[in-house]
Write a protein that binds this ligand. Structure first.
Ligand code: AP5
Length: 216
């Protein structure tokens, strides 16, 4: 099964993609995670994109499309994938349709997490992850069971993203509305799009997403 999650920064794409990945034994493909890994490793691509990402701007289409096409060719994607953060522009969406068709694949569901912009700043500026296993947390909504200790691996080191400050979040929200929101009409026209209430609790959102998949 091939899924696509769409929604503004902070909508819960990463959080829900991890849950769907476990539930359906598919792979999470997050272009943001791939780019941050490239930046951390100091690869040519990473060095090229880091500054723009830290300002909250989108990375150029051609680079992203090649990166995701190569990733889908890898063996672990054979059972399916959940796309998180891609496509983000109309050219990326059109390229995805074409490259999947070339590989004999297609999207099965496009799931929109519909949220209020105002709540996203609070969600994003409160977010942090375990520095060792990348488990996600939030200062208010998802604290570790024992303060300062990762639930999953016991590490006591945590980190925050360089682009998770209020000013950059506003730039990222503007990029979403200008460049990504038009994709909703694109996918509505294909009959693939279902919207769920991304303002509900984390578990309720997961239930809504699974419900949309069950209903087909
Ligand atoms: P990316 O990493 O994709 O970031 P983003 O889209 O800005 O999304 P986020 O990761 O911030 O939010 P999310 O929706 O995953 O929310 P999360 O689940 O963490 O992209 C970063 C950058 O990379 C871009 O700005 C761009 O520069 C570049 N890039 C990436 N892909 C690109 C592309 N295709 N083209 C061009 N450039 C690209 O949730 C946030 C917090 O809220 C968490 O703490 C979570 O616990 C909490 N939360 C989530 N849901 C709920 C809920 N229902 N109730 C309460 N709390 C909740």
């Amino acid at each position: 099964m091939n899924l696509l999650l769409i929604g503004p920064p902070g909508a819960g794409k990463g959080t829900q993609a991890k849950r769907l990945k476990e539930a359906y034994r598919i792979v999470q493909l997050s272009t943001g995670d791939m780019l941050r890994a490239a930046a951390a490793q100091g690869t040519e691509v990473g060095l090229k994109v880091k500054e723009g990402m830290d300002r909250g701007e989108l990375v150029e289409d051609a680079l992203i499309i090649e990166m995701i096409s190569d990733r889908i060719d890898q063996n672990d994607c054979k059972n399916g994938f959940v796309l998180d953060g891609f496509p983000r522009t109309l050219p990326q969406a059109e390229a995805l349709t074409g490259l999947l068709a070339d590989k004999g694949l297609a999207l099965d569901y496009v799931l929109e997490l519909a949220v209020d912009d105002d709540a996203m700043v609070k969600r994003i500026t409160g977010r942090f992850t375990c520095a060792k296993c990348a488990q996600g947390y939030h200062d208010e909504f998802e604290r570790p069971a024992k303060d300062g200790v990762c639930n999953k691996c016991g590490s006591t080191e945590f980190k925050r993203r360089a682009d998770d400050n209020e000013e950059t979040v506003r730039t990222r929200l503007a990029a979403y509305h200008n460049q990504t929101a038009p994709l909703l009409a694109y996918y509505r026209n294909t009959g693939l799009l279902t919207s769920v209430d991304g303002m509900a609790s984390l578990d309720e959102v997961t239930d809504q997403l699974k419900g949309a998949i069950l209903r087909g």
